[in-house]
Design a protein around this ligand. Structure first.
Ligand SMILES: NC(=O)c1ccc[n+]([C@@H]2O[C@H](COP(=O)([O-])OP(=O)(O)OC[C@H]3O[C@@H](n4cnc5c(N)ncnc54)[C@H](O)[C@@H]3O)[C@@H](O)[C@H]2O)c1
Length: 259
């Protein structure tokens, strides 16, 4: 779609969760538009696959095996980015997990609470901490965090996911205020159902549950799920100069669901 646009020519773009779904589409899109991409994922093989796809298409990328809930590893990933490419311009913090169970708060397993909070919320904060440190050295930058419609609304039987995604909105708004005069913008995106391995094969197993899939489709006014590329397109726009007066928003991408 943006084949002729090169909004990210020579920009250094770090993507977490770059091995799959929304993160993979985002990494490939940055590369298509001239960005040098740092593909980070806890699944190192998948990160390598995305990197190889970028290189095969004539782009520039490195892959880093990274667990965002490990702060030393996050700090090293940002260091490796700067050692390789000299700076950091854009960061798309997309990596996240959704719990395997569907239970109300009083029944919810404590270990699953900690896992989702550790990755989605604490992990995103670690990423922002070290990305922002480097962007201050650069003299500017752009951060986009992946929240969810569950960052704005209740998600019954998925309390840690909703809490972690609400937390991401709070972090994003706070960063927007803290760094607004440092030429650094921070925005969040809040999608409803996007057709990726997370919901097709993960917790909700929509690929195998026709009723759940129908419900997921019905939630959107457009009566379809979103595509990863449709979220990548918004992330790139929020990272580009085309959105230069926008910071601190939690933007829905929901096929009209919340309308
Ligand atoms: N798919 C949806 O319907 C939907 C809707 C709203 C929000 N989201 C959010 O979008 C983001 C991307 O999800 P997706 O649907 O593309 O899922 P996905 O499962 O296809 O991709 C998530 C990626 O994150 C990686 N990851 C998981 N834990 C990690 C960790 N600790 N450190 C680094 N990488 C890690 C996984 O290996 C995977 O490659 C998530 O934050 C998710 O919560 C998804």
């Amino acid at each position: 779609m943006h084949q002729k646009m090169k909004r990210f020519k020579d920009k250094i773009c770090l993507v977490t969760g770059g091995g799959s779904g929304i993160g993979k589409s985002t990494a490939l899109s940055f590369a298509t538009e001239g960005g040098k991409v740092v593909v980070c994922d806890i699944n190192g093989e998948k990160a390598q696959e995305t990197k190889n796809e970028i290189l095969n298409n004539g782009g520039d990328a490195i892959a880093i095996t990274l667990d965002i809930s490990d702060h030393e590893a996050v700090q090293k990933a940002v260091q490796q980015t700067v050692e390789t490419y000299g700076r950091l311009d854009c960061a798309a913090n997309i990596a996240g997990v959704a719990g395997p169970v569907s239970k109300k708060i009083h029944e919810y397993p404590i270990d699953s609470w900690h896992q989702q909070i550790n990755v989605n919320l604490t992990g995103t904060w670690y990423c922002m901490k070290y990305e922002l440190e480097q962007m201050l050295v650069n003299g500017g930058g752009n951060i986009v965090n992946l929240s969810s419609a569950a960052g704005l609304l209740a998600q019954p039987e998925n309390s840690p996911y909703a809490a972690s995604k609400h937390g991401i909105v709070g972090l994003t708004r706070t960063a927007a205020k803290e760094y607004a005069t440092d030429n650094i913008r921070a925005n969040a995106i809040c999608p409803t159902a996007i057709e990726t391995p997370m919901i097709m094969e993960g917790r909700r197993k929509l690929a195998h549950d026709k009723k759940a899939k129908r419900e997921a489709i019905e939630f959107q006014a457009m009566k379809r799920m979103g595509r990863p590329q449709e979220i990548a397109d918004v992330i790139l726009w929020l990272c580009s100069d085309q959105s230069s007066f926008i910071t601190g928003v939690a933007m829905v991408a929901d096929g009209g669901a919340l309308a």
